[in-house]
Ligand binder design. Structure first.
Ligand code: PLP
Length: 257
């Protein structure tokens, strides 16, 4: 009744009916996400073909940092099932809003040790573990009713000081220690190389990560590497997750994050 009255009393400018122009623009954004997903799918398929790899072995991780829950909902409607988020609070808010969708959530951002509990509780994968203390806390704090948390160790293959990721020399000891933690499942390695348009440099960085994975001799099935501008090189070098933001959702607007 109250709603009925409220609607009857509302002046046209107060109703929730959106003007045609707003609806048209929203529809455009939505169809763009679906189109972008199709385009990225073609890029992944062609890259897989070029390196004679099975397309099905390459997962698309949609990186939605700074993008609204509605954009993820649209991506889900177009077939996306795996979502990567960098910022914890932003991710938790979106998870609540999208609780009705069967999404798998991946944490891919830098991890502060005081934030490990909600990460252990609310994600299926963490791609950005680069030190043992974080891994130990994630294992200790993983709720027992959940399956082990899938882990990738982030490695700094470019040797830049500013980038997160463990040094390649520290990797073997870290990986060994992580395999001993009961509530984690070490799946593989992740990297964010120095950005470059030089395809041979892109390939060299990704090949380095693959070689580091192979040298561990730990039966790891995952290489999380490749973003919007370099997914082809990553797939050529064995990526099993490509983490794609801009090519799916457009440029990020940090003012709204
Ligand atoms: C860890 C990580 N992976 C992937 C991406 C996606 O990058 P792009 O938007 O270039 O596809 C980002 C974006 O910031 C990121 O932080």
């Amino acid at each position: 009744m109250r709603d009925h009255h409220a609607a009857a009393l509302a002046r046209p400018s107060e109703t929730t009916v959106k003007p045609a122009e707003t609806l048209r623009r929203q529809a455009q954004v939505m169809s763009t996400i679906a189109e972008n997903i199709a385009k990225v799918g073609v890029r992944i398929r062609e890259a897989a073909q070029a390196s004679q790899r099975d397309f099905a072995a390459i997962g698309l991780l949609a990186v939605s940092k700074t993008k609204p829950a509605e954009a993820i909902r649209e991506a889900f409607a177009a077939g996306v099932r795996d979502v990567g988020e960098n910022y914890l609070q932003e991710a938790l808010d979106k998870q609540q809003e999208l609780a009705d969708l069967a999404l798998t959530w991946h944490f891919i951002g830098p991890i502060q040790s005081n934030k490990t509990r909600p990460i252990a509780e609310h994600f299926a994968w963490v791609h950005s573990v680069d030190r043992l203390k974080i891994a130990e806390r994630l294992s200790d704090q993983r709720p027992p009713e959940l399956p082990p948390l899938n882990i990738c160790l982030q490695v700094n293959v470019s040797g830049e000081d500013s980038k997160s990721g463990c040094h390649p020399d520290e990797l073997a000891a870290l990986a060994q220690a992580v395999t001993q933690l009961p509530n984690l499942r070490l799946r593989g390695l992740m990297t964010i190389p120095e950005p470059t348009d030089d395809v041979s440099a892109q390939c060299a960085a990704f090949a380095r990560l693959r070689a580091l994975r192979d040298a561990l001799d730990l039966d790891l099935d995952t290489l999380s590497m490749g973003m919007s501008h370099d997914l082809e090189a990553a797939i050529a070098e064995g990526a099993t997750w490509v983490r794609i933001g801009t090519a799916l959702f457009g440029a990020r607007d940090y003012r709204t994050s």
